[in-house]
Design a protein around this ligand. Structure first.
Ligand code: FES
Length: 139
């Protein structure tokens, strides 16, 4: 009777350890594979016009992805997704050339997001924005 009680106790302990070890393996795997939550607070982004001088670009997070606001040299604002339409790398602003370069495969885009050269199949996605009182609201 005493032996059966010890066996049962050891069985319960081993079962608990095995369950804990399994959870320690599965939980990180689940976190890695699960889609990242979209930050709902970034549905609208406000950027002050003074923070984007003429010819400059400002990168920001918009709806869970990288985006960019360009104050084109000589005038004109453009808000774009900064995600390359080829394989999804984040484009870089080349201030001296006034264009976007994708560092992954050398795609080039104009400040308006049109494809100049390289493998991107489509222009960068334009984002809607409004300007009021020196503030640009994207989204
Ligand atoms: S991912 Fe941008 S050119 Fe390939």
């Amino acid at each position: 009777m005493d032996t059966v009680g010890r066996r049962k106790f050891l069985g319960l302990c081993l079962g608990g350890v095995a369950t804990g070890a399994l959870a320690a393996i599965i939980y990180p795997l689940f976190r890695y594979l699960a889609p990242r939550p979209v930050d709902g607070s970034a549905d609208k982004v406000v950027i002050q016009l003074k923070d984007v001088p003429d010819g400059e670009a400002k990168f920001f997070e918009f709806a869970g992805a990288s985006a960019v606001l360009v104050n084109k040299r000589g005038g004109g604002l453009v808000a774009l997704s900064a995600v390359c339409t080829h394989l999804g790398c984040i484009v870089q602003w080349e201030k001296d050339k006034q264009d976007f370069l994708c560092p992954c495969h050398g795609g080039h885009y104009t400040p308006d997001g049109a494809v100049v050269s390289g493998p991107p199949p489509k222009p960068l996605t334009k984002l809607p924005f409004t300007v009021a009182n020196g503030a640009i609201t994207i989204g």
